[in-house]
Every structure is written in C-alpha cells, then in structure tokens.
Design a protein around this ligand. Structure first.
Ligand code: ZN
Length: 181
C-alpha cells in the first residue's frame, strides 16, 4: 500500500511545507518550525477533501518530506525513519524506509509462554500490540491513526504506550519502557 496525491494537492502541500522548516547547514537537518506532535515530530495537514490515513488528515512532517521527495508514501508496515535520530528533521536525505518485522517477530517469540494477562481488550493480540509500539516509537503517527487501524479506542492506545496496558509484553528494542505522554 502506498499514498499518492493528485498533482494539485501535492503542489499545495509542497508550497505549505516549504515555509515550515529551517535548514541547519548544507547537509544538516531541516528543522520543522510549525506544529509538532509527541517527541518533536512535525505535523501538517495533507489538505484535499479526504483523509488519507485512518480518519485523520494530519500527517507527520517527515513522512510528507518523503512523499514530496519521492512522489509516493509507503504505508504500514513500511515506516519512514530518521538516520539522524532527530525527530523534527524533514531533510529527505536523512530519511529511510524500514520495517521492524524481524525485530518484532523475535520479540513475540521471546514473549511467548507468558501467562495471559487479565482485562485485555479482545481485539488486540500480542503481535498487534508489538506493532503498535514499534510504529508509535518510530514516530509520525497519531494515537487516533493507530486506534482506527486496530479498531480500538485512542485511550487504549495511550495505555499501551504508557505501559499500563499489555505491560507483560517485552518492549520492542530501542523503545522506552514507559512514556509519560
Ligand atoms: Zn536530519
């Protein structure tokens, strides 16, 4: 799956995008200066008449950077990640596509055999929760995106991220154990 936009919408997005960052040196990061979401990732409305992801028209700025540079934006499970580890950066040269498939598979294997926890929503599985965490910490999604994708409430997504739900699962590598956000 991938997102492509009509030419007029893409041009409008490009013009708005171009005014919302500053360049740190010739090969440096392009720092988003407009609205941000958790961890400092930028966000921007995709414009147009239809939401593109979940029920949302807001999309993270670094994913828009990829879309503008390449004309197409792959969707889950492909993620746009930063080489520079700088969440507000929207320099397309600092971005790469990645999946955490093997990593997730390994985590699930290690988590297998733990006792079933009480009071969990019925729609989620350990595998899905791992994907939610990985996607969240890679950045660029809103809780409502994940809620729509997985058919649960945004507050459930929040509890998973905070570590108050599904806390028996091992956290994916490179992600914090808990978040206060
Ligand atoms: Zn950068």
């Amino acid at each position: 799956m991938a997102i492509r936009l009509p030419k007029a919408q893409l041009e409008d997005l490009h013009q708005r995008f171009a005014t919302k960052f500053r360049r740190d040196g010739p090969n440096g990061c392009w720092i988003w200066t407009a609205a941000t979401m958790h961890k400092g990732y930028g966000k921007i409305s995709i414009g147009g008449s239809k939401p593109v992801i979940g029920k949302c028209k807001l999309i993270s700025a670094h994913r828009v950077a990829w879309l503008l540079a390449h004309g197409v934006l792959p969707t889950r499970p492909i993620q746009v990640c930063h080489r520079c580890d700088n969440p507000p950066c929207v320099n397309p040269d600092h971005l790469f596509l990645g999946t955490q498939k093997e990593n997730i598979a390994d985590m699930i294997k290690k988590g297998r055999g733990s006792p079933p926890p009480p009071n969990l929503g019925t729609k989620l599985t350990a595998k899905k929760v791992q994907r939610i965490l990985k996607t969240w910490w890679c950045g660029g999604v809103l809780k409502c995106d994940l809620a729509a994708q997985y058919g649960v409430s945004a507050s459930m997504i929040g509890q998973i991220i905070q570590g108050s739900a599904w806390k028996h699962l091992p956290r994916p590598a490179g992600t914090p154990a808990r978040s206060t956000r």
